[in-house]
Design a protein around this ligand. Structure first.
Ligand SMILES: [Zn+2]
Length: 293
């Protein structure tokens, strides 16, 4: 157990964790190493007593699907099955991941943050903020972001990073629920390489092409992200996935605008109405949303 973890655990015992976590957010510093305080701040109870989550496992024995299931179980309070946004996102993610080579059961959670962001965790668990749903203007743009996150899972980036970080902590056996918190904590502070980010961008773009969505959806989404004030976002939202630097989003937008032009699709689907009505194109295709020809 390292010093950071010991001090973190003692904070829980002291009951001062929430104010410390708040101070960390405001200062824009690194979060504590597990995700639990972040979720506690959002006010919904985390599942604790389930036998799956209390089961103690050696870190080496945790497989990715099992970890994804544990994360989904632990944070299930963040999945309101009657919420139209939730139903819409689940429909999209289920359809977009139907050819998943990993065979994961993809799940999605909506975090109540106003700045646009998204993240992925091992085993096919995706997080998007309410701000992202407000920022995008068509299903194509939303799919480009979801495709990028699915890419991080399918390309093995998430599990590689979690494994690497947990091994670096020199941990041995832990309750699965705690491993789930550690994994989500790691994923909300992503340290993917630029190559991994570029590969996830490509995965998202190829998803647009494969599904005949507007190939400009990705460049549009990056342009909107680039137009946001990064300072205002950093302090408001602990997810750093899309913050990066301002010029970086502009470069990604330029690159994928050019890729979309070269793709030269005869027809493609935009999906503004689908997004507005929260009805996935996989459920209803509107003829007016097809462009080109
Ligand atoms: Zn990414």
């Amino acid at each position: 157990m390292n010093v950071r973890l010991i001090s973190f655990l003692s904070l829980i015992i002291c009951g001062t964790l929430l104010s410390v976590a708040l101070a960390l957010f405001e200062a824009g510093q690194n979060l504590p190493p597990t995700a639990a305080p972040l979720f506690e701040l959002m006010g919904k109870p985390l599942k604790t007593a389930d036998a799956t989550l209390t089961r103690i496992l050696p870190i080496d024995d945790v497989d990715e699907a099992q970890l994804g299931n544990a994360i989904a179980l632990r944070y299930e309070a963040y999945r309101d099955k009657n919420d139209p946004d939730q139903i819409y996102l689940e429909n999209l993610v289920r359809n977009l991941s139907r050819d998943s080579e990993k065979g994961f059961d993809y799940r999605v959670f909506i975090l109540p943050y106003s700045s646009p962001n998204a993240a992925a965790a091992p085993g096919g668990v995706l997080f998007v903020t309410g701000g992202l749903l407000k920022m995008v203007e068509s299903e194509s743009e939303l799919v480009s972001v979801l495709g990028h996150e699915i890419g991080h899972v399918e390309l093995g980036h998430c599990m590689d990073l979690v494994r690497f970080q947990l091994l670096a902590e020199k941990m041995e056996a832990r309750p699965l629920g705690e491993i789930a918190d550690l994994a989500v904590g790691i994923m909300l502070l992503p340290s993917f390489s630029k190559t991994q980010e570029a590969d996830a961008d490509r995965y998202g773009f190829q998803m647009l092409i494969k599904e005949s969505y507007n190939p400009f959806g990705m460049a549009n989404a990056f342009e909107k992200l680039a137009a946001l004030d990064p300072d205002a976002m950093e302090s408001a939202n602990p997810l750093t996935e899309y913050f990066r630097s301002h010029p970086y989003s502009i470069l990604r937008a330029e690159r994928y605008r050019s890729e979309a032009t070269q793709a030269d699709l005869e027809r493609y689907y935009v999906g503004e109405r689908n997004l507005k009505e929260r009805i996935s194109r996989f459920d209803t295709e509107y003829p007016d949303e097809w462009l080109g020809e």
